[in-house]
Design a protein around this ligand. Sequence first.
Ligand code: ADP
Length: 160
Amino acid sequence: MKIAIYPGSFDPPTLGHLDIIERASGIFDRLIVACMTNRRKKTLFCTEERLEMLREITKGMAGVEVDGSGELLAAYAKRRGAAVIVKGLRAMSDFEMEFQMALLNRKMNPELDTLFLAAGDRFHYLSSSAVKEIGALGGDISDFVPPAILGKVKDVICQA
Ligand code: ADP
């Protein structure tokens, strides 16, 4: 069984993330969408909210599991029996950091490969931080966030 992990902060999940989840789940038998918690990285949405939103948008998707982890990704992948990490690549600006991470992860876990999927053409410009900034300034974020979690995302952004 081919197991892959799609890790991220998902603060909040966007249509760009969902596009990668849908495409990657068609490639692997099981895709673990891993909400990574990092004490040094401050998020607007708490871990439980991010997990809940990921569960909501992947509901009914065959072979997709949502999980959370505060571990080193290479160690988490080993523990979960995953041989592949899936990453979405938007622009060249994503590349340098992602390339370094892919090499470091492979150094720490030689059985681990990273597979890059090019962002969907409608989502190249989209990031969680853009959603938070536009939302906080009263802009319309409905084209950026899955409809199932739009209300929740707006609520949290407005309260912040
Ligand atoms: P962000 O970079 O928006 O803060 P994450 O850290 O949650 O988001 O990203 C998790 C993964 O999803 C990374 O591999 C990132 O490159 C990818 N990703 C983020 N936004 C998009 C998008 N719009 N299209 C494709 N992939 C994306």
